[in-house]
Write a protein of this length. Structure first.
Lengths: 465, 241
């Protein structure tokens, strides 16, 4: 699936015309949201948790270098191999080298957005490694050759008929749309793969510096099998996933369940602290962690935009967004979607490629209101829009218009003169008609310009008194 | 009590009657009204589109123009947000910082002013219609205006106040968003209007003319029953001002 944020305007139009997609996304997001609100209500200190989580992340980002060193040191003493990757290319190569060293043929993966960032599946498959996603949603999306359309629910854009169809076509089974049957088929297929896989690749939700361990949160037990069954486990994480200690983990876990899936708590919390002990003879013999930068340290440099690194990828901002609710994730044209996606796109890919993304928002602020770590997304979008303009990627005509506006706005007489015209021209239009405004009108009428305007009316009112 | 009016662009040129209604209500409660003659725009459209450099001199001019006023009141939560919140994010001349901070504590959205400053707790008037309230995003999430307008509306005699479903969901206007992503914006206002229609209201009201223009434009074009009306108009009409 080749998507690009430069085509986001076209994708949005297409998505809005796709009634089947819209129905699936709307239903799924509304359900998640209702469940989230219900669970949140059961936690009276929810707001305190949000502030706490925010301050933990702020502290981490301000001292990330120290925390990363501590984390690495503790991982090494737990017997974990730690690798540093400056960019996607380096990360892919590190993973491939491990696979070659282990003479691996098959790899199982549990859901990880960071590896989507690396386009890891395609790369490994090109290098003759059988690579299989094991999260149900991610598995379906992989069968279709797509990318996830939601941070926590990869196949949220599909309905059960779509899934029945892809199972029928790709797995050669009789068509069924019964969820239980589909689940059994997927489980049987995947179980076998787990037992034969040479390597398990997982993402990381939280990396605990103090203990040198990584935390993988999930609902299907596929991640538990991924990190526990194959002889080698590779965990891939962005450097921002660090939290100081286990007490902090409690804060985030409490917030994550309701925010991500509307659950009081996620079903499985896997805390992985290294390879299996010698005596135990169970679990992987070797464990690797790949610490990925890929633009993150650049994001860290801006004290304001740094906040976008606080994201725990729960997807609540997607569910609540009146835009995401209608178009789903693919329309954003990249791995990260929704309100947090459009703040990340120009930061990861640069303002040129991401110039349309920060504008795909009405700045309503529902995302900030729901964000469990209090990322002020609308304010960051405003800053990112400014960056697009400063770097010269806004439309020339718009810039000229803004320059003229700025001049007029400082010269009230000229300003009044310029704004006097539309009111006069209004009279030339057929009665009841308003100005046609390209793009704006069509499905809605524009308001009518007043002949006099407030200032004149007010002054007249004063005079008549 | 002296009140300086801040009349945003849409109120000046498209909805002056709502601003006049606001003036009438303010005069009714005994405020002395002043119109700062040379006011233009607060700079929000340019700011929201990313043109901060162009906004700075406009904002500086605005701060100087309204310097020293006892209160500044506006019929728009969104434009008040621009001055109160977003002027802080601009590279304003440091000499004007104290004037900016002072202005941000003196500028109020109309209903917020009535409740917070004037301590009005009921409206002595009659408005015999079914009314629903749309939460404008900036008023709701940046200024924390939620209960104030509802409290005023519910106190009016004869009013049948109904909450629509998802009153706090964006109407899709978003300033320049409404033409940059016009299809998306229309799709959002369509949904908003569906909720308004389902509520059975005769009128949908709000603190902001921008949202109301967007909503009313769609309601009219699609021959839906409800009409958009600024909250200042309801208050003024109910009191026969």
């Amino acid at each position: 699936m080749n998507l690009s944020p430069t085509k986001t305007k076209t994708y949005v139009k297409e998505a809005l015309l796709d009634s089947r997609l819209r129905a699936s996304v709307d239903k799924a997001t509304q359900t998640s949201l209702a469940k989230r609100n219900d669970k949140k209500e059961q936690i009276p200190y929810w707001e305190e948790l949000r502030y706490k989580a925010h301050s933990i992340k702020r502290d981490v980002m301000e001292h990330l270098d120290t925390y990363l060193e501590t984390f690495e040191k503790n991982c090494v003493s737990n017997g974990i191999h730690v690798h540093w990757a400056a960019n996607a290319k380096e990360a892919r190569q590190i993973i491939l080298n491990i696979a070659h060293e282990k003479h691996a043929k098959t790899i199982v993966k549990s859901k990880s957005l960071t590896t989507e960032e690396l386009h890891l599946n395609d790369f490994l498959i090109e290098n003759d490694l059988e690579t299989l996603e094991t999260d149900l949603g991610e598995y379906i999306v992989q069968l279709l050759g797509q990318i996830p359309s939601h941070l926590t629910a990869p196949a949220l854009h599909l309905n059960r008929q779509d899934i029945g169809k892809v199972f029928h076509e790709k797995l050669g089974i009789d068509y069924t749309e019964d969820p239980n049957e589909l689940l059994t088929i997927a489980r049987n297929t995947l179980r076998e793969k787990f037992l034969n896989a040479d390597i398990g690749i997982s993402g990381v939700n939280f990396a605990v510096a103090e203990s040198g361990s990584v935390v993988v949160v999930e609902n299907e037990a596929n991640a538990r099998l991924t990190v526990g069954v194959p002889k080698t486990h590779i965990a891939v994480m962005g450097i921002e996933k660090i939290i100081p200690n286990m007490d902090d983990l409690a804060v985030f876990l409490k917030l994550l369940g309701p925010s991500a899936t509307g659950q009081k708590a996620s079903v499985y919390v896997n805390i992985v602290g290294g390879p299996a002990f010698q005596k135990l003879k169970e679990g992987p013999e070797e464990m690797h962690i790949v610490l990925l930068d890929n633009g993150r340290s650049k994001m860290l440099a801006d004290p304001e935009l740094r906040e976008t690194l606080f994201c725990i990828r729960c997807g609540a901002c997607l569910n609540v967004c009146p835009i995401y609710q209608q178009i789903g994730g693919h329309a954003y044209g990249w791995v990260y979607m929704g309100p947090i996606g459009i703040t990340l796109i120009p930061q990861y890919l640069g303002e040129k490629e991401g110039k349309y993304s920060p504008y795909l928002s009405s700045l309503c602020g529902a995302c900030y209101e729901i964000c469990p770590v209090r990322i002020n997304i609308p304010h960051h979008l405003l800053k990112l829009r400014n960056n697009v303009v400063e770097k010269g990627y806004s439309m020339k005509i718009e810039k000229i218009g803004m320059d003229i506006w700025a001049f007029l706005a400082r010269h009230p007489k000229l300003y009044r003169f310029a704004t006097w015209f539309p009111g006069k021209f209004q009279m030339l239009l057929p009665k009841g008609q308003s100005f046609p405004a390209p793009g704006y009108t069509g499905e809605r009428a524009l308001g009518k310009f007043d002949k006099k305007g407030f200032r004149k009316r007010f002054l007249e009112m004063k005079k008549n008194k | 009590m002296k009140v300086a009016l801040f009349i945003p662009c849409l109120s000046e040129h498209l909805y002056p009657e709502s601003a006049i209604s606001m003036v009438k209500v303010l005069e009714h409660i005994g405020a002395e009204i002043e119109y700062v003659n040379d006011q233009t725009c607060c700079g929000q459209p340019a700011f929201n589109s990313g043109y901060r450099k162009q906004v700075v001199p406009v904002a500086e001019r605005f701060i100087k123009l309204f310097q020293g006023k006892e209160y500044v009141v506006s019929p728009s939560g969104s434009c008040v947000t621009m001055v109160r919140k977003f002027y802080n994010e601009l590279d304003i001349n440091p000499e004007l910082h104290s004037a900016r901070d002072e202005l941000s504590s003196k500028i109020f959205e109309f209903t917020e002013f009535l409740i917070k400053v004037v301590n009005m707790d009921k409206v002595d008037g009659t408005f015999s219609h079914k009314v629903t309230y749309h939460d404008s995003c900036h008023a709701l999430r940046e200024l924390g205006i939620k209960e104030q307008p509802r409290k005023l509306l519910k106190s009016i005699k004869g009013i049948d106040f109904i909450e629509m479903e998802k009153s706090d969901t964006c109407c899709g206007f978003g300033g320049t968003f409404s033409y940059k992503y016009a299809d998306m914006s229309i799709s959002m206002v369509a949904r908003k209007c569906k909720y308004i229609d389902e509520s059975g209201a005769d009128y949908v009201t709000s603190t902001d003319s921008s949202c109301l223009m967007n909503i009313d434009g769609y309601l009219r074009k699609h021959n839906m029953k409800a009409r958009a009306i600024h909250i200042a108009d309801i208050l003024a009409q109910s009191m026969n001002l």
